[in-house]
Design a binder for this molecule. Sequence first.
Ligand code: AMP
Ligand code: ZN
Length: 302
Amino acid sequence: MCTQCDFRDALFAKGLLIDTGIDGLYGRSGVFEDVIARFDDLITRFGGGDGADIVRFPPGMNRALFEKSGYLKSFPQLAGTIHSFDGNDADHATLLGKLEGHEDWTQDQKATDIVLAPAACYPLYPVVARLGTLPDDGRLYDLQSYCFRREPSTDPARMQMFRMREYVRIGTPEQVTEFRQTWLERGPKLIACLGLPAELDVANDPFFGRAGRMLANNQRDQKLKFELLIPIESTEKPTACLSFNYHQDHFGSLWGIVRADGTTAHTACVGFGMERVALALFKHHGLDPKAWPAGVRETLWG
Ligand code: AMP
Ligand code: ZN
């Protein structure tokens, strides 16, 4: 039995998610979006007092910067690039001919200078590097973006296009680890306010290939990534809904983010999977938010 399909079918039937014919690519209803907006607001109630600079990037990023970011070394399987028509009238006729003949027309498309953002924080680091020397108290950002990851699945919680809200801290190792510790404490409280069961665990990113296995083990051994897991599809394999990442000086040295004393900045981010938390709410409290427990409604709608 496919329980994932059951839940997804129920979401489709209720109109909360809208089938586009592609696994992991869905429309969202007004009710679904209202839950996302209220959850977004709840995150701000927990983190908004920290004085983060709010920045919003579109879901595309500069391809040259993406190439430099190292994403293709670690996660080539997840990346999405934007290609486009770049021809003349004859090329256009060829395109139309291929379409007509149901031939592959995509081979003629040219890579553009834009790729899809794989995480909300990727476009940020080069921008921060450009600002020059870090202030003594570092920097803190509030981001949100649609992200793309090529991981088609019938599990509605594994989307190809989804939103990620993030807080990103840039500073000394102490500033950055304190930030992550704060969110490791806030995250479970925030999810408890929503009446959802959750557990924190050490995690690793899905680094590609054989070399990737070593990177993943190293990330786990050093406890560089934690996830807050909530059962959505199965209780055996709960879903990562919040992530707490400590990058050490990886992005700082890659992009040349330096402090006044010449040392390289450390970075950390906390990421909220907006759709995943919304789906967890629908899974645990039912498909009609009006019937959710009073405490949960109070938390979200006040
Ligand atoms: P990560 O950068 O992998 O730690 O992702 C940050 C957060 O985004 C995760 O904690 C998830 O909640 C969410 N997320 C990651 N991948 C997906 C996906 N395929 N579909 C929906 N949400 C996702
Ligand atoms: Zn991040």
